[in-house]
Design a protein around this ligand. Structure first.
Ligand code: KDG
Ligand code: MG
Length: 409
């Protein structure tokens, strides 16, 4: 089964997506996600110039060999662009292999370890009343686990907080990188944030009770000691996790946080390889692995990270915002269903335009996702609809402190 064609498809229904479509000489088609938010065209050009020519004529069944060829063969290893490009190939080849076997992909990964994949959604509000409305809307949709983010008194817009809290469509307006020629700049004040967040969780717990599963994303904005303080102050509210409390590059920061708090820690949405996790996993500094299939080199690579993590009772929390395309999301769901050390799956809902371009088989019921039982990933791509949505320049925001210093986010 030889690869005959590999096409790089860039479309922008609601937001930009980079999709790789591989076709074999016996007519099987596989899709892979290579979307890197705000840097989409770099992955597209990496694929077009350096990967597609290497794929033509290769045996589509040789997924591991192709992965190693692209990773080791390039000499320049790791990095978000390279690993998103490799992920796109890996996901597409798994899609093809499962279609050739006439099985849903999770069957090739060991079969289902559970009946459904527990998902969390994003509730947010500029203030507590809006946040409560957003939590209720999520509950009405069936979510039993909810990430909670709010505006901070004295600050303007805060990344992670939708200015309209409505869910169910594309109205997570903080999340799609804004379609501007230059990044939007936001102001940040960590002291104000640290004062405010515990009061938010206190209010949420007293309104919604002890059973609702709650999560929070610090989005890399704190120093280790600030993160330790936050983790400690949130202990009475029993979080499922505190995510990305410090910048991801420094594993030692998490050691300090860990020494001070029993709030569970999750990190990894900006990581690309198992090497980023080495100390965090072996020294048991985290509880959840947050990588996306799309950014960590695909299904093959994330499965290996999760198998490594399993030896240390560390579970998955695969990244699933709307900048992961439905192809990347489907790949995550097949992996979630199969691995033993599944924790939770992030699930932000894509907008209608995205769902028209990417026709999907996964379902969401009573807080649980299932990838469906079509052969392969269960996602197809409608070229005609996609042609209505050409690429648009879009950037994630830049964060600055009150005095203008560029800050982590
Ligand atoms: O592209 C960046 C987003 O995917 C990220 O900011 C979303 O933090 C995020 C999350 O937890 O989903
Ligand atoms: Mg996050």
């Amino acid at each position: 089964m030889k690869i005959e064609k590999a096409e790089v498809l860039v479309s922008s229904p609601d937001r930009n997506f980079v999709t790789l479509r591989i076709t074999t000489d016996d007519g099987l088609v596989g899709l892979g996600d290579g979307t890197l938010n705000g840097r989409e065209l770099s992955v597209a050009s990496y694929l077009e110039a350096h990967v597609v020519p290497l794929l033509i004529g290769r045996d589509a069944h040789r997924i591991e060999d192709t992965w190693q060829y692209l990773y080791r063969g390039a000499y320049w290893r790791r990095g978000p662009v390279t690993m998103a490009a490799i992920a796109a190939v890996d996901i597409a080849l798994w899609d093809i292999k499962a279609k050739a076997a006439n099985l849903p992909l999770y069957q090739l990964l060991g079969g289902a370890s559970r009946d459904g994949v527990r998902a969390y959604g994003h509730a947010s509000g500029v203030d507590i009343p809006e946040l409560f409305d957003s939590i209720r809307e999520h509950q009405a949709l069936g979510y039993q686990a909810i990430r909670v983010q709010t505006g901070v008194p004295g600050l303007g817009s805060v990344y992670g907080v939708a200015s309209s809290p409505t869910v169910g469509g594309a109205r997570y307006d903080y999340e799609p990188a804004r379609r501007t020629a230059l990044p939007v700049e936001e102001k940040w004040d960590t002291a104000a944030y640290l004062r405010h967040v515990p009061t938010v969780f206190e209010a949420v717990r007293s309104e919604f009770g002890p059973e609702l599963t709650l999560l929070h994303d610090g989005h890399h904005r704190m120093t280790p000691i600030q993160a330790a303080k936050l983790g400690k102050s949130l202990e009475p509210y029993d979080l499922f996790w505190l995510e990305d409390c410090t910048p991801g590059e420094n594993a030692e920061a998490l050691r300090l946080v860990r020494q001070h708090t029993v709030t569970p820690l999750a990190i990894g949405e900006v990581f690309n390889t198992v090497w980023d996790y080495q100390t965090l996993i072996t020294d048991q500094l985290i509880d959840y692995v947050r990588s996306a299939v799309t950014h960590a080199g695909g299904i093959s690579a994330l499965k290996k990270i999760m198998d490594f993590a399993a030896q240390f009772q560390i579970k998955s929390g695969i990244h699933g915002p709307t900048d992961i395309s439905p192809v990347g999301m489907a790949a995550a769901l097949h992996l979630d269903l199969a691995i033993h050390n599944f924790g939770i799956q992030e699930y932000m809902r894509h907008g209608d335009a995205t769902n028209e371009v990417f026709i999907q088989s996964f379902r969401f019921e009573d807080g649980y996702l299932h990838p469906g039982d079509l052969p392969g990933l269960g996602v197809s791509y409608d070229d005609q609809v996609a042609s209505k949505f050409p690429y648009q320049s879009a950037y994630l925001p830049v964060n600055r402190l009150q005095d203008g210093t560029v800050h982590d986010w």
